[in-house]
Design a binder for this molecule. Structure first.
Ligand code: AP5
Length: 193
């Protein structure tokens, strides 16, 4: 099973990806987590991308593709993956499509977690107080939301045209969102298993 998870900051991509990955026995791959690990480990790549993460801008496509290529190839050979936070732009989706062609492993479903703006802001404020993630300040969050609207929202149309887009109400409690996704993937799209 090969899934993408699309949603604005705070929509629950990370939360749901872990649960869905565990349920279906597929790898959870988070572009944001992989990039943050480089920054935390102070690798040369981490030093070159730190400013993007702190400002809420997207990291350049080539770097993101390099970081993701190996884990995605490995997971494709081992039962599949749920990819959280990639692609983020139509250009990334097109680059991913080229890699998928090489691997003969196309994306089967793009899940969109839809959540009202007020709810997103409340969740990120609460997390920022608890975790201290450097991009969870109000100013950076506003920019992350703008980036989502401008660069990521067009992806919804891109995947809808390819008939793989599934929209889920991400404003429900965590367990209910997970149940809705699992229901969609098992009952509505049984051919995926
Ligand atoms: P990334 O790590 O992907 O961050 P994000 O998209 O801003 O998303 P968040 O991690 O803030 O939220 P989430 O949707 O995962 O929600 P979560 O489950 O954590 O990206 C960070 C940065 O990396 C980007 O800004 C960019 O610089 C770079 N980057 C990453 N991918 C890139 C790419 N492809 N290209 C270029 N650059 C890239 O939940 C949030 C909070 O809400 C938590 O506290 C959680 O407990 C709570 N919560 C979750 N679900 C619910 C619920 N249903 N009800 C109530 N609370 C909930």
């Amino acid at each position: 099973m090969r899934l993408l998870l699309i949603g604005p900051p705070g929509s629950g991509k990370g939360t749901q990806a872990v649960r869905i990955g565990d349920h279906f026995g597929i790898a959870h791959i988070s572009s944001g987590e992989l990039l943050r690990q480089h920054v935390e480990q102070n690798t040369p790549l981490g030093r070159s991308i730190q400013a993007y993460l702190e400002s809420g801008d997207l990291v350049p496509d080539g770097i993101v593709m390099d970081v993701l290529r190996k884990p995605v190839e490995l997971a494709s050979r081992q039962g599949g993956y749920i990819l959280d936070g990639f692609p983020r732009t139509v250009a990334q989706a097109e680059a991913a499509y080229e890699v998928a062609k090489e691997l003969d492993a196309w994306v089967q479903v793009a899940l969109y977690l839809e959540v009202p703006r007020d709810e997103l802001i409340g969740r990120i404020r609460a997390r920022g107080r608890a975790s201290g993630r450097s991009d969870d300040t109000q100013a950076v969050l506003n920019h992350r939301l703008e980036v989502f609207d401008q660069l990521t929202v067009p992806l919804l149309d891109y995947y809808a045209k390819r008939e793989v887009l599934v929209t889920v109400d991400g404003s429900l409690p965590v367990d209910e969102v997970t149940a809705a996704v699992i229901d969609e993937l098992t009952r509505v799209r049984p051919a995926l298993r």
